[in-house]
Design a protein around this ligand. Structure first.
Ligand code: COA
Length: 349
């Protein structure tokens, strides 16, 4: 019996020789066309620029406009096109596409499959990964270890989220609507011959009991015990801001320390700390705890808000394009988010 024809599919057989090292060879990002400033929010709900800036450090964020054709997968595809251009690769060079998102347009297909089609990645496997704001960091760790295992050589990791689709832009939703923005960021991860390049230490954590601190209810059973079902909240992010703040401040610092310890490094050895942009006060507390100078902990939350899975790769791309992240440096990526999840990825670039 003849085997069915498989059109130029990538080989998934383990290669005989595992790569020496792994490197990030290109980055890209994409923001929607339309900003949503604090002044815009003042017109939609009872809030003020002063309150938002004081509590979060956010002055503006971006919101997709579906009438312009913007969505999670279109932002993701554009970020990936830019990352491929930076890496000097064609989409057909990719073996795998991982899209970290909690806002796919549909339950099926995965956004990663739409992205593969959009960019023309005809040889690549593709899947979505949902670890909320930690998704890109989890994806980076996954891609690195898949390449180290020898079965894949070129993987695109994309973080893309449009939380605006899960917001209530009325006063009832002001506790979350002021925080989140839409964006996508991408990184190309490739095998290389330099054994010194790749991840020095990594972690991926979850506290499933903490699910009730950030969730998106769709029906009655989705509300945590003790919380009354309220259909007006269906489809909108519900967040216990104070609990998340407390979790984040403690976890962020512990996560950075744990990762430094695993690599046998001190904070002073880091060239850059790329943190998930959740809240300016959370970022400042991490910076102060480790005595890092301002230029070693990147901040863009004032311009883009909390962009969830896109947050870390957007920072990475802005830093690469500004020449502030370069080969040879030691860079730590850290994130935390719904789940609750948190994770780190410390690279020798
Ligand atoms: N504008 C004006 N007032 C607002 C408001 C807004 N956008 N949102 C809430 N308030 C009001 C509340 O109704 C409350 O009023 P009350 O005291 O009369 O009830 C008051 O401000 C304080 O609310 P609270 O929720 O306690 O504020 P806070 O100091 O905890 O700040 C967050 C709220 C969300 C900014 C803060 O908790 C936070 O940043 N948490 C972490 C969130 C996070 O990082 N999430 C991302 C996870 S990846």
């Amino acid at each position: 019996m003849n085997a069915p024809a498989v059109p130029s599919a990538p080989s998934t057989a383990r290669r005989s020789k595992s790569p020496q090292g792994v490197k990030i060879t290109g980055t890209g990002s994409c923001l929607p066309a339309t900003p949503l400033t604090n002044a815009d929010l003042e017109k939609l709900m009872e809030t003020s620029d002063e309150w938002i800036v004081q509590r979060t450090g956010i002055r503006s964020r971006y919101r997709i406009n579906p009438a312009l054709g913007e969505s999670t997968h279109t932002l993701a595809a554009e970020a990936l096109r830019r990352a491929l251009a930076a890496a000097g690769l064609a989409a057909t060079d990719l073996d795998l596409i991982i899209v970290a998102t909690m806002t796919p347009e549909m339950a099926c297909p995965a956004s990663a499959c739409r992205v593969a089609a959009d960019v023309g990645a005809t040889r690549a496997g593709a899947f979505d990964l949902n670890a909320a704001c930690s998704g890109f960091v989890f994806g980076l760790n996954t891609a690195h270890d898949l390449i180290k295992g020898g079965a894949y050589r070129r993987i695109a990791v994309v973080g893309a989220d449009c939380l605006s689709t899960l917001m209530d832009y009325s006063t009832a939703g002001r506790g979350t609507a002021i925080i989140f923005g839409d964006a996508a960021g991408a990184a190309i991860v490739e095998a290389c011959d330099d054994a010194g390049k790749g991840i020095l230490a990594q972690s991926m954590h979850c506290d499933g009991e903490g699910w009730k601190e950030i969730y998106v209810p769709e029906c009655e059973r989705d509300f945590p015990p003790g919380v009354a079902c309220d259909p007006s909240k269906y489809g909108h992010v519900q967040m216990n801001g104070a609990a998340v703040f407390k979790f984040a401040v403690g976890t962020f610092s512990d996560l950075i320390q744990e990762t430094l310890d695993a690599a046998g490094m001190a904070a002073a050895d880091l060239d850059m700390l790329v943190c998930h942009q959740s809240n300016m006060r959370i970022l400042q507390s991490a910076r102060e705890r480790f005595g890092l100078p301002e230029d070693k902990l990147y901040v863009n939350i004032d311009r883009v808000g909390n962009t969830v899975g896109a947050s870390v790769p957007l920072c990475l791309d802005e830093l690469c394009r500004a020449g502030r992240i370069k080969p040879g440096q030691k860079v730590m990526f850290v994130a935390f988010g719904g789940g609750l999840t948190w994770g780190s990825s410390l690279w020798q670039l």
